[in-house]
Design a protein around this ligand. Structure first.
Ligand SMILES: [Zn+2]
Length: 398
């Protein structure tokens, strides 16, 4: 496609339209319910319906599948002529919680930024996706491959939305996940494995602790057993892309009342994975550290749960077409060179089973904070990067 044609098409990106869409989405609370019952803030279904409606309004073909009751994945498609690759633009519909957040669903604009929960992570990405679909349809651009927008449930908790796509499709040839990277192109991130370690004791009145077995005290020994685990992980040979794997105990729960010796304690642990590390391998590393306690402490009992989250690492080859084309688009749009940083979190991308990149507006530093925002300029620039990428991969002569 001629440069002048591309520039003409890029001029159709409408900042006002994309920002209004973003504000409307921020105003619909779609907090992930996590393990809690649903509330008036956990309206994932409502944002899914809204996003699907907007895709229909611009003329996309839509479909949906419930991941679990009332929590669907939403798909919009622009059909290509079958000569080129299918590209998926993927983003999650849920957000993290809002405890302590003052006015999280009031999408005010200040200092050329849109504020509110989900503004950056990642309704801005979703808004930019819809903007480029709008431009493609309005300008009647013929695509060589299908363009799919996926609005995905439950990224912030167990990623059951993208796991459903992994099982039932659609599996694209390439994917772009619009998580906040400040527009940088990232082709890799570590995997994530979360599980519970539980210790069991024997309850009794706290005035006669010698007659019970204190599960919290036993858990303290478990924590001690992991105290040098990160040093051990860092001492292993470094992966050329990811560096080292890591471990972090994140949540601990035990006991009901202070006047009782607790009979159970639960520790939730987070292990970041580099390529090649398996669940079995990590569990056996955990057991190697905990098992000696069974001979050291009388009545020590523990168990390790099944994974509550297992996201694989993403390691898209640097010479993959999607990496090359979106990197060029980034350079054209920002006049900078992407350093291809490793994304710090984990994402839905590995579940899409295709070469994928992470690239989106907003900074991961604002995501999940109590003062979330996205720069308006980055939202339109994201749309420009996505559109340039799609045109160069899916439009004749591109
Ligand atoms: Zn996110």
């Amino acid at each position: 496609m001629a440069k002048s044609t591309v520039n003409h098409i890029l001029k159709s990106i409408d900042q006002h339209r994309v920002i209004e869409l973003l504000r409307e989405m921020v105003a619909i609370p779609s907090v992930n319910p996590f393990d809690e019952p649903t509330s008036d803030q956990t309206r994932e279904l409502e944002i899914a319906n809204y996003y699907e409606q907007r895709m229909q309004d611009i003329g996309m073909l839509t479909s949906r599948r419930d991941v679990v009751d009332g929590r669907p994945n939403i798909f919009g498609r622009i059909k290509g002529n079958g000569k080129g690759p299918c590209i998926m633009l993927a983003g999650h519909l849920d957000t993290v919680g809002v405890i302590g957040y003052d006015a999280p669903f009031d999408p005010v604009i200040r200092k050329q930024r849109v504020y509110g929960r989900g503004s950056c992570d990642m309704k801005a990405g979703l808004a930019s996706f819809l903007e480029i679909a709008t431009v493609i349809l309005q300008e009647e651009i013929e695509l060589e491959g299908d363009l799919i927008i996926a609005g995905i449930a439950d990224e912030e908790h167990q990623m059951i939305g993208s796991q459903e796509i992994r099982k039932n499709g659609p599996i694209p040839d390439f994917a772009i996940v619009g998580e906040p990277t400040e527009l940088e192109v990232s082709r890799a991130h570590k995997g994530q494995l979360c599980m519970h370690i539980r210790t069991y004791g024997k309850a009794c009145h706290s005035s006669i602790p010698e007659q019970g077995v204190n599960a919290i005290q036993h858990m303290s020994k478990v924590l001690e057993a992991f105290s040098d685990y990160n040093s051990e992980l860092r001492a292993r040979p470094q992966h050329s892309t990811f560096g080292h794997s890591s471990f972090s105990p994140g949540v601990i729960k035990g006991g009901d009342i202070v006047s009782s010796v607790p009979d159970s304690c639960e520790l939730e642990v987070d292990r970041r994975l580099i390529s090649g590390e398996t669940v079995d391998q990590v569990v056996s590393e955990y057991r190697k550290r905990i098992d000696p306690l069974m001979s050291q402490l009388p009545d020590f009992h523990y168990e390790i749960s099944e994974p509550t989250l297992h996201g694989e690492p993403l390691d898209t080859p640097e010479d993959s077409a999607i990496v090359e084309k979106i990197t060029e688009a980034y350079q054209h749009t920002t006049q900078r060179t992407s350093a291809l940083p490793v994304f710090t979190g984990s994402t839905d991308a590995p579940n899409l089973l295709s070469p994928a990149v992470i690239c989106g507006p907003g900074s991961v530093e604002q995501a999940h904070t109590l003062n979330e925002y996205v720069e308006i300029d980055q939202v339109t620039k994201a749309a420009e990067i996505y559109l340039r990428t799609v045109l160069s991969m899916q439009s004749s002569g591109g």
